[in-house]
Write a protein that binds this ligand. Structure first.
Ligand SMILES: NC(=O)C1=CN([C@@H]2O[C@H](COP(=O)(O)OP(=O)(O)OC[C@H]3O[C@@H](n4cnc5c(N)ncnc54)[C@H](O)[C@@H]3O)[C@@H](O)[C@H]2O)C=CC1
Ligand SMILES: O=C(O)CCC(=O)C(=O)O
Length: 411
């Protein structure tokens, strides 16, 4: 199922549970604004190449729109639309004063040199600079982008509007980035998992983990699991997958990735079929890469007892049904990976106040927000007798609906 159809379906189920008026439902579903721009740059060899960039601003009822920028060959308007909508519900679940947006460029960043990436980012920023802003729409990194990408966006935006550190988050610390933002999504995933396990009197150390994706989110999630005594028994990235039933030495794997750029030939593990990874025997599966990877083709074969959705929309609704019949507990994306945008909010606050927090305060506040959001989701599950995904969706959609109704519509 396509990402937008899947996201709309979850939203519509939540709207029905909440008994939302059909006109309000329609207004919450339609994006505020969809931006599509042509980005042509000279390659290093002098030839021209054109890419299509998107920024979809879904909703701003609760505050400025917020969400990452993705560089990936499969970026398409439907997927960006779905990701933007998910940001609206995610910021509401986390209870931070933002709406939702997402952007992306259909390109393979691995095929571009650093100077080509810089030119592409600058051209994209030139095309959207008058539609983003500190109180309007605040981009951040996502798949294929990082602190360097945000630094170029900040620099280009500032040429038009004056120095504006709060216009992007996930920046380098030297440019006003927050301590703890790089780790925040992975650490938040682990705080979310701890909140779930605490209900059953369990800890991270009691479980085995399989992690798909070893970029920003996957590496930090693996590191935080490992530090808490959890056993990571399989890991993959776009180049392949590895396993070790006795537990992978994560610090050694991080060093190997730093030295080699990927997981290949890591001496502390055996290679495995990447397709087998998602159905590998384990307690906890953490998808930390692409959307739609758990679907009706493989859901019946999933052996994990828990799926922690560190990636956005890794499980499609057909798989949800199959997994729920099997008793698999799914911690949904709009909660599980909300740690990233929560620390982005702290970064924005620090930039606006001109006052930097220490890392201890950032992580302490992050844990507070993640723990409270879990309690709020569980309350919705109880009131509406629903699973965690619908608990999170009803929580997020209800908060956005209430803000929308308070604001009203122009006559
Ligand atoms: N970076 C952030 O703060 C946040 C990211 N997310 C989501 O987390 C996911 C990962 O994002 P990042 O870690 O930031 O991206 P990244 O670009 O840093 O890393 C992506 C990782 O996925 C791997 N990958 C790509 N295709 C794969 C495949 N077919 N099989 C296995 N691995 C594959 C890549 O090799 C890389 O290791 C995305 O869904 C993103 O939307 C969600 C919330 C915040
Ligand atoms: O940190 C942010 O603003 C956005 C993170 C993001 O794109 C996401 O949560 O999917």
């Amino acid at each position: 199922m396509n990402a937008l159809a899947a996201t709309n379906r979850n939203f519509q189920r939540a709207a029905r549970i909440l008994g939302l008026d059909s006109k309000l439902e329609m207004s919450l579903l339609i994006p505020f604004r969809e931006i599509k721009v042509e980005c042509t740059i000279p390659k290093d060899d002098g030839t021209l190449v054109s890419y299509v960039g998107f920024r979809i601003q879904h909703d701003n009822a609760r505050g400025p729109m917020k969400g990452g920028i993705r560089y990936h060959p499969e970026v398409d308007p439907d997927e960006v639309n779905a990701l933007a909508q998910l940001m609206t519900w995610k910021t509401a679940v986390a209870d931070i004063p933002y709406g939702g947006a997402k952007g992306g460029i259909g390109c393979n960043p691995r095929d571009l040199s650093i100077s080509e990436l810089e030119r592409l980012t600058r051209v994209f920023t030139q095309k959207i600079h008058d539609l983003i802003g500190i109180q309007r729409d605040v981009p951040a990194p996502d798949m294929g982008t990082n602190a360097q990408t945000m630094a170029w966006m900040l620099d280009e935006y500032s040429k038009f509007h004056g120095h504006s550190p709060a216009v992007v988050t996930g920046k380098p610390i030297d440019l006003g980035g927050s301590l703890g933002r790089e780790a925040a999504t992975g650490l938040g995933v682990v705080y979310a998992t701890e909140a779930l396990f605490a209900e059953h009197g369990k800890t991270i150390a009691d479980h085995t983990f399989v992690i798909q994706g070893f970029g920003n989110v996957g590496t930090w999630a693996a590191k935080c699991v490992h530090e808490r005594g959890g056993k990571v028994i399989a890991v993959s990235d776009v180049t392949g997958a590895i396993k070790n039933p006795n537990g992978i030495d994560i610090p050694a794997l991080l060093q190997h990735k730093e030295d080699n750029g990927n997981l290949k030939d890591f001496p502390g593990a055996d290679t495995m079929d990447p397709d087998e990874l998602l159905v590998h025997e384990c307690d906890v599966l953490m998808p930390c890469a692409l959307g739609g990877v758990i679907n009706k083709e493989n859901a019946a074969d999933v052996k994990a007892k828990y799926i922690i959705e560190a990636a956005n929309h890794p499980t499609d609704p057909e798989a949800d049904e199959i997994l729920s019949k099997k008793g698999v507990v799914i911690l949904p994306d709009i909660y599980a990976n909300a740690g990233g945008v929560t620390v982005s909010y702290f970064e924005w606050v620090q930039n606006i106040q001109g006052f930097m927090w220490d890392e201890e305060k950032v992580n302490h506040e992050l844990k507070k927000y993640m723990t409270k959001a879990f309690r709020d989701i569980k309350s919705m599950c109880k009131v509406h007798n629903c699973d965690l995904r619908m608990g999170a969706f009803t929580l997020g959609v209800n908060r956005v609906a209430r803000a929308t109704l308070w604001r009203g519509w122009e006559a």
